[in-house]
Design a protein. Structure first.
Length: 214
């Protein structure tokens, strides 16, 4: 399975690229926008393709040519303004969904954020524009007729993965999760058709990732 990773140079994207490269039957392709980002992926044996989320849908579709699945892990980051949040977390996600449809790619996984559909939380959050952007990107994907999975992690950390999670965060004492465990949840979802058409929140928990997602 050829898996195109959008946002490959980000924290989750880099870990995911390495995990998929080590997995039998998976061929990750890292979509990057700068030449100087190639070295990391060359070192781990992952193919790269140049692509820019500011580009048109048709041009993005050319980058998507020949892949079997798309994983959208891109994000505008916490230091950008509202404009970039809308451009990357909403519009770029929509453009990638449309590009996948043009190329007949059915499998699409997107990394969202925990509790994004709880509108009551938006006004009390400093991340309100981000939450709104993610909410509508998720909504668009759900209505796209693609074989989607929406993974909504809690607060992200750079800790080593624990390998155990819960998909019932309301019962968890910790609302964090490592980027490594999110990447593992993505690889597990790619291997399980039961995740198609599903949306789930994930934070640290006591259940092995594979069991929780199944």
């Amino acid at each position: 399975m050829k898996v195109l990773i959008v946002g490959a140079n980000g924290g989750i994207g880099r870990i995911l690229s390495k995990k998929l490269e080590e997995e039998v039957g998976k061929s990750p392709i890292a979509m990057i926008r700068k030449e100087d980002q190639k070295s990391f992926f060359n070192d781990i044996g992952v193919e790269t393709l140049m692509g820019d989320l500011d580009d048109s849908i048709d041009n993005l579709a050319e980058v998507f040519d020949g892949v079997d699945a798309v994983v959208f892990t891109a994000g505008s980051g916490g230091k950008t303004g509202y404009d970039k949040t809308l451009e990357i977390d909403l519009d770029a996600a929509v453009k990638c969904i449309e590009a996948a449809k043009i190329k007949g790619i059915k499998r699409f996984i997107i990394v969202s954020v925990i509790n994004v559909d709880n509108r009551k939380m938006w006004n009390s959050s400093s991340m309100k524009p981000y939450l709104i952007a993610k909410y509508y990107a998720d909504h668009y994907l759900k209505n796209s007729e693609l074989d989607y999975t929406i993974i909504r992690p809690g607060s992200l950390t750079d800790d080593s993965g624990k390998g155990t999670i819960t998909i019932e965060p309301e019962s968890a004492s910790i609302t964090e999760i490592s980027r490594e465990d999110v990447a593992s949840a993505i690889t597990t979802s790619l291997n399980n058709e039961s995740t198609i058409g599903k949306t789930f929140d994930i934070v640290y928990g006591d259940m092995p990732i594979e069991d929780a997602i199944k």
